[in-house]
Design a protein around this ligand. Sequence first.
Ligand SMILES: [Zn+2]
Length: 453
Amino acid sequence: MDCLIRNAAAVMTGRTGPDARAPGPDIRIRGTRIAAMGRLSPEPGERMLDATDCVVYPGWINTHHHLFQSLLKGIPAGIDLPLLPWLSAVPVAYRRFVGEETLRLAATIGIAELLLSGCTTVADHHYAYWPDMGFDGSAVLFEVAERFGVRFVLMRGGATRVREIDVDPPPEARPETLDGMLASIAADVARFHQSDGDAMRRIVMAPTTPTWSVHPHELPQFAAAARRLGIRMHSHLSETADYVHFCRDVHGCTPLEFVARHDWVGPDVFFAHLVHMDPAEVRLMAETRTGMAHCPQSNCRLGSGIAPAPALARLGGRVSLGVDGAASNEAADMIAETHMAWLVHRARDGAAVTTVEEVIAWGTAGGATVLGLDRVGTLAPGMAADLMVYGLDHPRYAGLHDPAIAPVVGGGQAQVRWGFCNGRLVVEDGRIPGLDLARLAAEARAAVAKMVM
Ligand SMILES: [Zn+2]
């Protein structure tokens, strides 16, 4: 579509410093790209969108999620548990309900919520794979993402072993073999992976945890396979103090030292959480350009702690934002996540520790960096047309002196008026074309009613 977005009250670029705000009020989209920004005159044949009293941001890039958990929100047995017992009580116990139709419905719910919060790139850490599972989970996720028109990065998780505390896992949580898992990931790369900087489909090598999901000697084999296939690497790390104690007790080192010894650091690697790092680990992250998917809402919900994201950013490290699965973050929504990222560090370290511009950069350009999508994540001519136009006519924003910061400082539900991904209109007048939200809610209620344990 050729389109001119006119008269925005502010345009945030996704960069930090003096370039955080674009000088002009207009953006021209030609095909899949941003053609021009500034003060622009209409050209024949282009559709005009009046963004008066609106602000424009890059589409959010969510770098850590578990879409299959979108039907596992607020499960009473896990609502007040910390991570390890929560894992047993919720994601492991409910794995038996992950079938083809529930995965399709959960992914539809999760991507709809993300899109209506301004997100255009979804990196999903999907680990519900087991031997002889009988359906193609990877294909289901790509199919749902394509229907919405969002960029989709399948971070292909899974395990070659089960944790000792999960003594009798359901068949759907049985581990794969190393060879089976690597063959399946290579097949997904051949079927889905695109390497260009504005790829709509990517695969990432992502065993669920390096500590409990695989054997240590397998980690270099996963890393070598990823580098041979030309794909990135991702996992959970140092989410709770238990991770650190486990690594110190069993491996005699910190979690980051452990993964570094097994070829799992570098600019092609990023980890979710990293809540518990000592200063040497933060330095190693920055020096090796290993990335962080910062998930502050999930970390609050599970009582895990506050990740040193600002400290990593100060060292020039790579910080991005992820909502994590909806079973440990009932609002898997990027506006809520950025709002929390802006606030939570201030509660501990003072009001100057995070700026709105910085958390916007984490949620946009930072995500593009860790995923290696170099034509996505910032608003500039030549970049992919992934952007969101937020209306500011909700009473929440009335009285605000700086409209540019409104979605992040206001929190709550974003008022997306129009959303573009790869130049395609994916949200129009606040609605996702072709999606019946009332029907989706009814299907979710019916699915939850069947999950009686
Ligand atoms: Zn996670």
